[in-house]
Design a protein around this ligand. Structure first.
Ligand SMILES: Nc1ncnc2c1ncn2[C@@H]1O[C@H](COP(=O)(O)OP(=O)(O)OP(=O)(O)O)[C@@H](O)[C@H]1O
Length: 602
């Protein structure tokens, strides 16, 4: 029998103003993770909390923090200047902002006659420095700090900031904060805090942090795991569709034009591809009138400035009609936009955790949502059983390409748009190259491998006229005995292909002229040299060349052998999965439920 989820039955008496906040937010009942976590974290337990995306983990740590500030009397005028009580660390500025807003919502109900509780945001922006943050801190005397690792570390190292009174630290999206890219800063932050403190680690995928968890200074922690049948919330439908890369972008546009949704987030692999496709979509929308008019489009990625990122996110949240956000993994974790009911992944992300976080932007708090992942025909289809082993089940969704002009007509539009400005083509090439580089980083490397990749199909998706000269593609051609597959479309005269920007074009023409002169001079020199070389030298050269060639052939043979051996190990991994899939099916059949609480109960 599942425990009561009524707030009145919470095994910790929360203060009336906090309860008022909960009522105003319209949260009639607790979610299982709140029921399990609040009493423990509000009392004196360290917690490691894992429950699916959108299950309400944020207020599971915000309520205990507010409770503790009152019970530990940090809400009085004697609370020492330069000190703070609680610290919340998150991996992105957007998430820090969001948590700050949740805290503010609660604080609106804090009794006016009492000494105020305040919180301060600490994220790096180009508009305020850490010194500005300090001035704010000294002035306002907040008890709670929320921010990202880099800025928090800079702030805590200031001599005027005292960490001695910090009695709670929360790492939200803890597995991300404990991975290599953040851990250095996070470890240094934790070292600056008193050992006698409460620590809470929260994430939908905390298990993947492994032993790193124990480097956070936890003391007798309690693990709270809210088991659901799947690793994803039950209100979220997980789908995939198998498609040629060439058709991906058109399929995405077709969904935008003809499927029912309220707000959609679509994930691209890199910042540059967001910029590229977003600007092409602007053209399709404004000049070609190809996209239906009542949808608004937004683009967000990590290379934009903080303020612009936050503004975009706010506008996406506020827009009343249909909206689509083109983004990267910067908006994959923690972002909570209740109206998002559709997530599209043009490609799977580089690891399974990110897959769950991306999908989890829809289907939150028991609201219905769908997440559709595009998989390339062929090897990538193995991603479905691969996920099944990890308790993530995807259903096939056959999609139709509707509401768009025929393929040829569409590509002519694409080509025309590109030909208007060479800068667009530069972006296309950079996006393509970035995609390939990113593809190599997949953790499931035996599924996502370049050896069987459809380079040409991808080039068509990006509108390229010819493939960039990358070593990966050269190797692919060599392995597959392709002599000259570099041209995608009937060739264009690249020398004539101009930039719209006059200065840039002038520079390009100067460079072109210069390199032509150099080439002519080199050619002349070479021809003169050839004429002067003695016949005997030529024979000697020939012998040396032959020697070199046979050495190269030996080297190549060794490398090929090595690659063949490596490919053998990929197949081993594949075998393992097959075995794992069979085991998993057997296990499921025999499974007796060990569910301690279920979000479905909500
Ligand atoms: N008790 C509740 N009843 C109904 N809705 C709730 C409740 N608690 C939180 N919510 C809502 O659920 C949504 C998801 O909450 P939250 O962002 O905390 O999820 P999360 O578990 O942190 O997700 P993620 O792992 O993606 O970060 C929010 O819109 C929040 O307002």
């Amino acid at each position: 029998m599942s425990a009561s989820l009524s707030w009145d039955d919470l095994k910790y008496p929360i203060q009336s103003w906090i309860k008022r906040g909960i009522d105003v937010m319209g949260f009639d009942a607790m979610t299982p993770v709140q029921a399990a976590t609040v009493p423990m974290f509000a009392r004196n337990k360290d917690v490691v909390v894992e429950s699916v995306t959108g299950s309400g983990k944020t207020i599971a740590f915000v309520i205990p923090i507010l409770e503790k500030i009152v019970t530990e009397e940090a809400n009085n005028p004697n609370f020492k200047p330069g000190h703070f009580h609680s610290l919340i660390v998150t991996p992105t500025r957007e998430l820090s902002n969001q948590i700050q807003s949740v805290i503010q919502e609660f604080l609106q109900h804090y009794p006016e006659e009492k000494y105020p509780i305040k919180s301060q945001l600490l994220v790096g922006t180009n508009q305020n420095t850490v010194r500005d943050d300090l001035a704010d801190f000294i002035n306002r005397r907040p008890q709670i700090l929320v921010g990202t690792p880099g800025r928090i570390l800079d702030f805590l190292q200031l001599p005027a900031v005292h960490t001695k009174s910090c009695s709670v630290v929360v790492l939200d999206e803890a597995d991300r904060l404990l991975d290599d890219s953040f851990f250095g800063d996070v470890e240094r932050i934790l070292k600056l805090l008193p050992k006698q403190r409460r620590t809470g680690l929260f994430s939908a995928t905390i298990g993947s942090a492994g032993d790193q968890i124990f480097k956070t200074g936890l003391r007798n922690p309690v693990k709270v795991t809210v088991n659901t049948k799947s690793k994803a919330p039950s209100s979220l439908g997980l789908f995939y569709t198998v498609i040629d890369p060439e058709n991906k972008f058109r399929q995405f546009l077709s969904i935008v034009n003809s499927y029912k949704f309220r707000k959609c987030i679509v994930y691209f692999p890199t910042c540059i591809s967001v910029t590229y496709f977003y600007s092409f979509m602007q053209y399709l929308r404004k000049e070609q009138k190809l996209l239906i008019e009542d949808v608004e489009f937004f683009s967000l990625h990590g290379k934009l400035q903080t303020n612009s990122r936050q503004k975009t996110l706010d506008s996406f949240v506020e827009v009343l009609g249909k909206a689509v956000l083109l983004t990267t993994d910067v908006a994959a974790r923690g972002i909570d936009i209740p109206e998002v009911d559709l997530v599209i992944q043009l490609d799977p992300p580089s690891n399974t955790n990110m897959f769950l976080h991306r999908c989890g932007r829809a289907g939150r708090a028991n609201k219905a949502g769908r997440a559709i992942t595009f998989l390339n025909k062929g090897r990538e289809e193995d991603y479905v059983p691969f996920l099944e082993v990890k308790n993530v089940e995807l259903e096939e969704m056959p999609l139709k390409l509707i509401g768009l002009p025929p393929k040829e007509e569409f590509y002519n539009m694409f080509k025309n748009w590109l030909l208007q400005d060479r800068a667009r083509y530069d972006l296309a090439v950079r996006s393509y190259v970035a995609f390939i580089r990113n593809y190599m980083k997949h953790s499931a490397s035996s599924i996502f491998r370049l050896r069987s990749f459809d380079y040409l199909g991808l080039a068509k998706m990006y509108g390229l006229f010819r493939l960039p000269r990358m070593p990966e593609i050269s190797k692919y051609f060599k392995d597959n005995n392709i002599n000259d597959g570099w041209i995608v479309d009937p060739p264009i005269e690249l020398d004539q292909y101009a930039y719209k920007d006059k200065n840039r074009e002038r520079k390009r023409l100067e460079l072109l002229k210069h390199s032509k002169q150099i080439n002519d001079r080199k050619k002349e020199k070479y021809e003169a040299k050839q004429r002067n070389i003695a016949w005997s030298n030529k024979v000697q050269d020939h012998k040396e060349k032959n020697n070199k060639r046979s050495k190269m052939a030996l080297r190549r043979e060794a490398i090929e052998k090595q690659i063949a051996e490596e490919s053998g190990s990929d197949d081993d991994v594949l075998e393992d999965w097959k075995e794992a899939i069979i085991q998993n099916r057997k296990r499921k059949k025999n499974q007796s439920s060990t569910v301690t609480g279920s979000f479905e109960d909500l």
